[in-house]
Design a protein around this ligand. Structure first.
Ligand code: FE2
Length: 353
């Protein structure tokens, strides 16, 4: 039963790969968590608070540092167990190489109402998904060091037993913290998991660079990459996209702006994307446009928005409630379930390759 056995990785025992230790005043305030998980490699990350800075008389800001270790040589579709310095443990599964059944969860917009964020995470934990995708706006201000320990505290036990794939929301403000914590080299990338191809994008054009010229360059390069990446993924049973801003929304106040993500719609259609998952609007929405499903899942705790303007001929289901979305994926079909915080099924639909 070697394939069933967990691979024990004692990170302190990996000579030459990792050489960190905890000082007496250090405490772990985030993680551990597994990111960048593929069939053969993964990064284990955690966040250490090494002290505090007093600001004025009342404010105390933690000093944080990001720790990580990247492993290669893993085997596809196998459980991995790890222990980080300080003794905290975690587990995850590597990506299967062939189409097999797996479970994923997509949720997002967890930046406020932390009691509800905690309840949503508790509900997701019971499912024990292989992968968790966060549609962005993890915190209210990604530049504010104080906010990250609270996010990691709420998500601690979930992140310790799954593979985590967050995308940038506008509230992360393109913060270096996001890149450091989640070991992100470029904010758009893709991963193959069983028979599914997942694409993660940075839809937050406004914070992507300082100058208009640099923002334009970033955007056109991301679009070029997206076109190329999806073209190479045509053999996958399913192609899923995760990004923060939705191309279609039933929130009236959000319909007037010319959102840049509209430029991605022809690329999604051309390459037969199965579902585009977004957040940003704090509710549940399901639209179908030219064969591509668009699911908005922004029900992770941020204040709810009304769904007051369904799009005729496109909108299938809307509801303004806290929720998460579950994917029971492959082989041969994918079931999508939108589940409210009280356990009520908002919607369930099945997709074929
Ligand atoms: Fe947002």
């Amino acid at each position: 039963m070697l394939r069933q056995a967990a691979l024990i990785l004692l990170l302190l025992c990996l000579p030459g790969r990792y050489s960190s230790f905890l000082f007496a005043e250090d405490k772990i305030v985030g993680g551990p968590y597994a990111v960048n998980v593929t069939g053969k490699s993964a990064t284990i990350g955690w966040v250490v608070q090494s002290g505090e800075v007093k600001v004025g008389d009342a404010r105390v800001v933690p000093v944080l540092r990001s720790e990580k270790v990247t492993m290669t040589g893993l085997k596809p579709g196998e459980p991995v167990k790890y222990t980080i310095p300080g003794g905290l443990t975690g587990t995850f599964k590597t990506a299967p190489a062939k189409p097999v059944a797996f479970e994923a969860v997509v949720f997002g917009d967890t930046r406020t109402r932390h009691d509800l964020h905690r309840k949503i995470v508790g509900a997701i934990e019971k499912i024990n998904p292989d992968l968790v995708f966060h549609t962005g706006d993890l915190v209210t201000d990604g530049l504010d060091t104080e906010q990250w320990p609270r996010f990691f505290d709420i998500e601690r036990t979930l992140l310790a037993k799954t593979a985590f794939y967050p995308v940038l929301g506008n509230h992360e403000r393109n913060s270096r913290r996001f890149y450091e914590f989640f070991d992100v080299s470029t904010p758009y990338y893709s991963v193959d998991w069983g028979g599914a191809h997942f694409v993660l994008l940075n839809s937050d054009l406004g914070n992507s660079a300082l100058s208009a010229q640099a923002r334009e360059a970033f955007w056109s390069e991301q679009l070029r990459w997206l076109d190329e990446d999806l073209a190479k993924a045509q053999k996958a049973e399913f192609r899923f996209v995760v990004m923060h801003h939705p191309p279609f929304t039933a929130v009236k106040s959000r319909q007037s702006g010319n959102t840049p993500v509209k430029a991605m719609v022809p690329i999604f259609e051309k390459h037969r994307v199965t579902v585009v998952f977004s957040g940003h609007d704090h509710n549940y929405q399901h639209h179908l446009n030219n064969g591509v499903h668009y699911v908005v899942t922004g029900g992770g705790g941020a204040p709810l928005y009304p769904v007051d303007a369904p799009i005729e001929g496109t909108t299938i289901k809307v509801e303004s409630t806290e929720h998460y979305v579950r994917l029971l994926c492959g082989p041969g079909s994918t079931k999508i379930e939108a589940i409210a915080l009280d356990g009520r099924m908002l919607e369930s639909f099945e997709l074929k390759p």
